[in-house]
Design a protein around this ligand. Structure first.
Ligand SMILES: Cc1cc2nc3c(=O)[nH]c(=O)nc-3n(C[C@H](O)[C@H](O)[C@H](O)COP(=O)(O)OP(=O)(O)OC[C@H]3O[C@@H](n4cnc5c(N)ncnc54)[C@H](O)[C@@H]3O)c2cc1C
Length: 385
């Protein structure tokens, strides 16, 4: 593969996660995927390795690293399997990060040590059955009754919301509406097991089959007023920031999947023979793999650039949107082409490229669809609506 230029520390982390994905994830993930089971034993070892604490300070149980380190880990996991990679991405970027960025000291101390160790998973409930792209159209409500919020509504497609490790979901809810009909949206932490919170049965998905996704419904769910996360009415702004960062992480995940396609194809092209020679000696196959590698390298460069801007405290939204858009689309292309390189075997679930193909499409949808990314990029240029 084309190696990115990384500092010694980042490279050591990348190599550690690469070995972990190869030695621990690869041998068991196919069976979990087939049986649609959550890989608890893998997640426990990811916790032992410190992956859930990568971007958090040590005082909260973290590793004292940064968000780019998290992205490198996600990329290496996704080279082997996307379910495990999205479990980490959602737990850290969507579950723990909002509490770290917006929580009170008490909320941080209460939740972060378990979230950063991976012994507890947090979820982020933004999308509703009525729509995800238009997140401002939130219908879930939270009404203050004495010193409690009373929450009613529902959320759709929430990652990590129904595992035995799930400890909380942070939800966005309308906490008041102005006379002009403008919604005030706030974020509220709902601990798992709160009466009135129902975790719906797991979805039957096309891919990400070893990751956990449920709908949630809230029926007069009461939580303390102190569970408000950040300032009242700032929920919309908070989750936009969370999603900006998340796009870099999803881009890393897409790059990992795209690289996994290259890895598998290089190996297979040397082994499989047709017309008396390895298929890799046929130029059509060799050029297909060369194009896959080139796209992956360019996409990696894009997410590294967005990550570097973010770490430097510079504006990075535009670059993050471009990285997410490009990486997710090339991941779909690479997965389609990898399946083609494998011929009939590529259509068999036991081959990783079949899993990559099924896992790739969601990358163009989750954490902002390709259309939403194009809207953001166009707006930055002063065109579009
Ligand atoms: C497996 C999985 C895991 C997920 N995990 C989470 C999670 O943990 N937390 C969470 O909150 N959400 C999660 N989601 C939800 C995901 O973020 C949404 O599905 C996504 O944002 C799109 O929202 P939607 O499905 O409601 O589609 P819609 O918003 O209904 O969009 C439908 C189509 O219309 C297009 N569209 C919408 N508006 C416009 C416009 N103005 N211009 C042009 N095109 C437009 C969209 O791009 C899309 O193609 C998950 C989804 C899946 C499938």
């Amino acid at each position: 593969m084309s190696r990115a230029r990384l500092s010694e520390e980042y490279e050591a982390l990348r190599a550690t996660v690469e070995a972990f994905a190869h030695d621990v994830v690869a041998p068991v993930i196919g069976e979990h995927y087939e049986n649609r089971t959550f890989p608890y034993e893998v997640v426990a070892q990811m916790g032992d390795l410190g992956l859930f604490g990568l971007p958090f300070p040590e005082e909260y149980g973290g590793q004292g690293g940064d968000y780019f380190a998290l992205c490198l880990a996600i990329e290496e996991l996704a080279r082997v399997d996307s379910s495990v990679a999205i479990t980490l991405e959602a737990a850290v970027s969507l579950g723990a990060m909002p509490i770290y960025l917006y929580g009170t000291e008490e909320q941080r101390r209460r939740w972060l040590p378990r979230l950063t160790s991976g012994t507890m998973l947090g979820a982020f409930g933004l999308t509703e059955p009525g729509g995800g792209s238009d997140a401002g159209a939130t219908r879930t409500t939270a009404v203050l009754d004495g010193d409690e919020w009373v929450i009613n509504g529902s959320k759709a497609f929430i990652t990590n919301s129904g595992t035995a490790l799930t400890g909380l979901v942070t939800v966005t809810a309308v906490t008041s509406t102005t006379a002009q009909g403008r919604k005030e949206i706030s974020s509220i932490i709902v601990p798992s097991g709160t009466p009135g919170l129902t975790v719906e049965p797991a979805y039957s998905k096309v891919g990400w089959n070893a990751s956990d996704t449920h709908g949630l419904s809230f029926d007069d769910v009461r939580v303390p007023a102190a569970n408000l996360l950040g300032e009242r009415g700032r929920g919309y702004a908070q989750f936009l920031r969370i999603l900006d960062e998340g796009r870099i992480a999803i881009s890393a995940l897409a790059v990992g999947l795209a690289q996994g396609c290259v890895d598998e194809c290089v190996r297979y092209a040397g082994e499989r023979e047709a017309f008396g020679r390895p298929i890799g000696e046929h130029q059509a196959i060799a050029f297909t793999i060369a194009d896959m590698e080139t796209r992956t390298h360019v996409a990696r460069t894009a997410y590294h650039d967005a990550g570097a801007r973010m770490l430097a405290g510079e504006p990075f939204k535009h670059e993050a949107a471009m990285a997410k858009l490009y990486s997710s689309e090339i991941a779909v292309t690479n997965a389609r082409e990898a399946t083609q390189v494998f011929g009939g075997y590529g259509y068999m679930n036991e081959y990783p490229v079949a899993r990559f193909w099924r896992d790739s499409k969601i990358l163009e949808i989750g954490e902002g669809t390709s259309e939403v990314q194009r809207m953001l990029i166009a707006r930055h240029l002063g065109v579009g609506s």
